[in-house]
Structure formats: structure tokens, C-alpha cells
Design a protein around this ligand. Structure first.
Ligand SMILES: NC(=O)c1ccc[n+]([C@@H]2O[C@H](COP(=O)([O-])OP(=O)(O)OC[C@H]3O[C@@H](n4cnc5c(N)ncnc54)[C@H](OP(=O)(O)O)[C@@H]3O)[C@@H](O)[C@H]2O)c1
Length: 246
């Protein structure tokens, strides 16, 4: 046990699920957050509790709903008395052709990816401020920096806003909370199982390492930023994309 408490938003499936597993393996007390994938979230809870002999919380919370966030934060503080690390991982996309994009879909993407990240960071940031310590790690995307796709322009904009949010959060919570942002490129997670071989080949050609990242390669960076080894890294935006040349 390292006696540290980590919440990962959107950790029922995909990268978040991997972050929880690796954090639990490293001795963190972990809090799994889900919205729709309840079965997967509780399977993960059972798995890490059995393998690593830890106690976890598994909480349904829509990060766009302030009442849900309040209940989740209260539950965590009542159970553990503190929160050391927040990983803002929850995210959605509504990929579609330029002329078919709807205002409603664009608003929803911003609501979850940008506003949800702000609401949860503020709620937990205030707990961390009382503790006078904490780390917030935002998961943005390479799409926010130098990969642009018309299909995901709403997602790309929401993730660019997460970078900007990182800088404001870091300033607001200085000098007590380290706030950093990571920008992954393509990762071998379940949402990418459906992309066509043709599109994948085109994308692989843009990546200097000619492969997508394994989830563990991203979780290693998250755990480094969560650890004391990175105490002087603050307000940083870190690309982890194998080197993408568009
Ligand atoms: N995969 C990639 O290639 C890639 C590349 C660059 C960046 N990223 C970033 O990495 C992170 C994880 O990506 P991923 O591929 O693992 O995504 P994913 O498989 O689509 O998982 C998204 C997670 O977010 C949760 N979520 C969605 N809306 C939510 C809400 N309103 N409240 C709470 N939770 C919510 C989902 O919960 P439920 O399923 O339970 O509803 C799910 O656990 C995201 O921030 C993504 O932008 C991914």
C-alpha cells in the first residue's frame, strides 16, 4: 500500500479501466467511476480487490451533474478522508461529417469533455486545497495540438479547451496542487477496434513509431505524474503519441 487515494473518472472501460488496474497494482486505493458500463465497473472492482487485497469504491456519477459530483466527493472523503490524485479521463466523441454535425452533439461533447472536467476538478480541487496537497492529471488528446480531423472537430475543440483549463487550474491552485495534462495519440483501446484497416494504415503512416500506443504506455506516464518523482512538474502539457507528423 502507498496510502494514496486516486479517483479516475470514466474508468469502467478503455484507458480509465487500465489506469485503475495499474494504480491498484502500485498500491493506490482506487475509486472507479462509471456512467453506463456498470457491469464492467464492478468486474474491475472485484478483480483489483481480489488481486491486490485493497478496498475500492465504485461510483456511478455523471460528471456533468453537480449533484452527482457532490455525492461522489462526499462518499470518497467519508471513506478515505482525503483524495490525493484525480485523473480526468472521462470523455465522449460524436464523430460525424462536417455538414451533418448538430449543435446538440457539439454542446454535449463540450459539456462532458470540458465543462465536466472543470466541475469535477473544482469539487476535488477544493478538497485538495484543504489538504494543501494533491495532483490533477487531465487527459486531453494529440487532436488538440497537431492532428485535425473534420469528423471530430467538436471533440478536438473540447480537448484543446482542456489544455487551457489545465493552465487556469494550475494557477488557481498554486502552490498546493500540481495540475498537468497529457495528450495521447492513438491508443489500442476498445473504441479503436472498429476503425477500418484502410484508415488505420493511413494513421500508422503518420506515426514515427508506426504503431498505436499500448494502454500501459499511457498509464505509466499517468502513474509517474501521480508520484512524488514528478513533484516539480506542474502546468505542463505532455505529448505521448509516438511522434505524429501530419
Ligand atoms: N483511445 C484513444 O485512442 C485516445 C487517444 C487520445 C486521447 N484519448 C483520451 O483518453 C481518455 C480515455 O479514452 P478511451 O478510449 O478509453 O475512452 P472510452 O473507451 O470511450 O471510455 C470513456 C469513459 O468515459 C466515461 N464517461 C463518458 N461520459 C461520462 C460522464 N458524463 N460521466 C462519467 N463518465 C463518463 C465512460 O463511462 P461509461 O462507459 O460507464 O458510460 C467511459 O468509462 C479520453 O479522455 C480520451 O479522450 C484516447
Amino acid at each position: 500500500m502507498n496510502n494514496k487515494v486516486m479517483l479516475v473518472t470514466g474508468s469502467s472501460i478503455g484507458l480509465g479501466n487500465n489506469i485503475i488496474y495499474e494504480a491498484a497494482k502500485s498500491g493506490y486505493d482506487v475509486i472507479i467511476n462509471y456512467l453506463t458500463h456498470e457491469k464492467e465497473a464492478f468486474e474491475l472492482k472485484n478483480k483489483v480487490e481480489k488481486e491486490f487485497k485493497i478496498k475500492t469504491l465504485c461510483i456511478k456519477c455523471d460528471i456533468t451533474k453537480e449533484e452527482d459530483i457532490k455525492n461522489m466527493v462526499n462518499k470518497i472523503v467519508n471513506t478515505y478522508g482525503k483524495i490525493d490524485v484525480l485523473v480526468n479521463n472521462a470523455s465522449i466523441s460524436k464523430d460525424n461529417e462536417f455538414n451533418l454535425k448538430t449543435k446538440e452533439d457539439f454542446v454535449k461533447v463540450l459539456e462532458v469533455n470540458t465543462i465536466g472536467t472543470f466541475l469535477i476538478s473544482r469539487a476535488i480541487g477544493n478538497v485538495m486545497l484543504n489538504q494543501k496537497q494533491g495532483k490533477i492529471i487531465n487527459i486531453s488528446s494529440n487532436n488538440a495540438i497537431d492532428s485535425y480531423y473534420e469528423y471530430s472537430l467538436d471533440y478536438d475543440a473540447s480537448k484543446a479547451a482542456v489544455i487551457n483549463l489545465t493552465h487556469n487550474l494550475a494557477s488557481h491552485y498554486a502552490p498546493y496542487i500540481n495540475v498537468n495534462c497529457i495528450c495521447p495519440g492513438w491508443i489500442n483501446t476498445s473504441i479503436n477496434n472498429e476503425i477500418s484497416e484502410e484508415f488505420k494504415k493511413k494513421e500508422l503512416n503518420k506515426i514515427l513509431l508506426r504503431r498505436f500506443a499500448e494502454p500501459k504506455e499511457i498509464t505509466d506516464l499517468v502513474l509517474f505524474l501521480a508520484s512524488e518523482k514528478s513533484n516539480y512538474i506542474n502546468d505542463s502539457v505532455i505529448k505521448i503519441d509516438g511522434g505524429i507528423k501530419c
